[in-house]
Design a protein around this ligand. Sequence first.
Ligand SMILES: *Cc1c(COP(=O)(O)O)cnc(C)c1O
Length: 468
Amino acid sequence: MSDPRSRIPSMDALLASPGIESLMADAGRGQVVDALRVSVAHMREAIGRGDELAQGSVEDATWYVQHAAKLLAEEAVPSLRRVINATGVVLHTNLGRAPLADEALEAMRSTATYSNLEFDLDKGVRGSRYAHCVRLLCDLTGAEDALVVNNAAGALVLSMSTVGLGRGVAVSRGELVEIGGGFRIPEVVERSGASLVEVGSTNRTRADDYKEVVASGEAEAILKVHRSNFRITGFTEEASVAELVAIAAEHAIPVIYDLGSGLMLPAENIGLPEEPRAEASVSAGADAVVISGDKLLGGPQAGIIVGRAELIGRMRKNPLCRALRVDKVTLAGLEATLRLYLDPQRVLERIPTLRMLSMDDDTLKDAAETLVGVLAAAGVSCAVVPTKGAVGGGTYPGVELDSWAVELEGPKGAQALANALRDGSPPVVGRLVDDKLRLDVRTLLPGEVDVVATRVIEAVSQDREGQT
Ligand SMILES: *Cc1c(COP(=O)(O)O)cnc(C)c1O
C-alpha cells in the first residue's frame, strides 16, 4: 500500500475547498495559507505516529479546513483581554486596578481618533496637552495648579527631580517604603538625582528631626510618603503635613507629599476608615501632592500632581515630564471620571470602584443568591457563603470587606474548576479558599452575574464529561 501521506490534498485543492473563502475574509489569504500548511504538517505527524483516525481523514479537505479554522481562532485571541473579576479585591493590580466608568469609556472612545489634545480650538493655534483636567483637579482639591503624567510613580520621579536634583531631600526612616513592583522610595529619590537625607527612626519621626537637617542646609526639600500599603502601630509618631510646612516655610523649601491612593471624597461615604486626601494636604500647605489615577479615584492609570503654580510650572518644564507624558485616551478618561465627582449624589453609582466599595450587605447577598439560583436550576451544586474581600491596589492594608460569595467544589475539584473558568471566554477569576472555589459578587460589573452563571455551567459540564 502506498504511503498515505501521498494522498494529502494539494494546497491548490485545499484553497479551493468550501469554507476557505470565509476564513480568508476574516484572516486574510496569508494567514489562511500558513494555517493550512500547519494543518498538513499535523496530518503528516499523525500518520507518522500511526494515528488511524487521522489516516481516515487524509483525503478529506474538510479536515484541513476545520483544523486551520481552529488554529486561526486560537491565534485571534488577544493577549490582553477582558476578565471577570470574582476575587472580591476591588482594585486588583493583576486584573488592571480600577474598572472605568461608562462615561470615561465613552470619552476615551471618542477621543481615540483625532482630538484637540494639543490644539486650541478657540484660537486655532497650538495648545497644551497639560491644560486638560487642570481646572477640574484644582476645583476638586483646592490647588492652584495640576499636572497629569503617566502614573504616580512617574509623578514622584518628576517631583523629586524638580525639587531635589543635586540636593538633599529629607525623608522619614518610617517612610522609606516599597510601593510595589520594586519601586522603593530611597532608590527613587537617588535615581531622580537627589540625595536622600534620612530622618527619625522606623517607628518615630518628630518635626524636630526634620528641623535639624533643614536648618543645617543638608536637606533642601522634604518628602512625606503616605504608608498606604502597610501599617505600623504601637509606639509610633510622625510629623503632620502642617508641621512640615511650617518648618519648610522658615527656610523657603518645598514639601512634597506622596499620597498615592487618590481618594477624592470622605472615606465614610464609602464606609471605609479615614484616609488622607489631597484636598487636606493642599490646604495644609503642601507644595505638591502626588496621587494615582487608578486607585481610589477610580480612573485610568495616571499620575496626578496638584499644588502650587510655581512648582507645578517648573515640573512641566522639566525634560522628564516629556518622558512621562500622558496619553490622550488616558486624559479623556481621567477628565470624564473627575467630572463625575462634581455630582456627589451620583458619583458613588457612576464610578465602579466607589460603587463596589459602598455596596450594602443586602445587595451583595441578593446578587450571590441570584447566581446560586441560576446555577442550582442547572444542576450545579453550590452555596451562598459570607466571605471577605479587600480594597486592593496597595490601599487600606488590613481592612477586610465583608461580602457574599458563591462557593463551588467542582466535579473534579475546585482547582480544576478554577482552571476551566480561567480558560474560557471571558475568563472568570475567583479565589480558592479551603479547597473550594469562591466567586465574590462584589467585584462583578452590571450584567456579569449572568455571564458568570453561563461560564460556570459550561465549565462544570466540561469537568463532568472529562470525568466519565
Ligand atoms: C500606589 C502608590 C504610588 C504609585 O502609584 P502608581 O499609580 O501605581 O504609579 C506612589 N506612592 C504611593 C504612596 C502609592 O500608594
